[in-house]
Design a protein around this ligand. Structure first.
Ligand SMILES: [Zn+2]
Length: 108
């Protein structure tokens, strides 16, 4: 497996500026974070501008503390945090790549 490895301090999409998008109908929003797959925090649709014309949304923990949440979940289940963190980074990178067109890895 030669998955694109995103090293800390590398080209992680840390510069995405999210906005809360109040759409009113909460019943349509899945209450699971797209990135860490937990539902402990308040989940909401966060949007960010792709460019001046397009905007994308993703359901995430409102506090964006997905990493910490994954850590506690991993601790509870006795799994390695490394795997979960890797998956989280990959989801973030995929979102940045597919939704925003950012290059997060080498083998996009
Ligand atoms: Zn999350």
């Amino acid at each position: 497996m030669s998955s694109g490895r995103v090293a800390p301090g590398g080209k992680q999409p840390t510069g995405i500026a999210f906005r809360r998008d109040h759409q009113g109908d909460k019943s349509l929003v899945p209450q699971v974070c797209d990135w860490c797959r937990t539902s402990e925090a308040e989940i909401g649709l966060l949007t960010t501008d792709v460019d001046s014309k397009r905007r994308v949304g993703v359901n995430l923990c409102m506090d964006l503390r997905c990493g910490e949440r994954l850590e506690s979940v991993a601790n509870l289940s006795g799994r390695s945090i490394l795997d979960d963190t890797q998956r989280l980074v990959e989801r973030m990178a995929r979102f940045a790549s597919e939704a925003l067109g950012l290059e997060a890895g080498s083998d996009a």
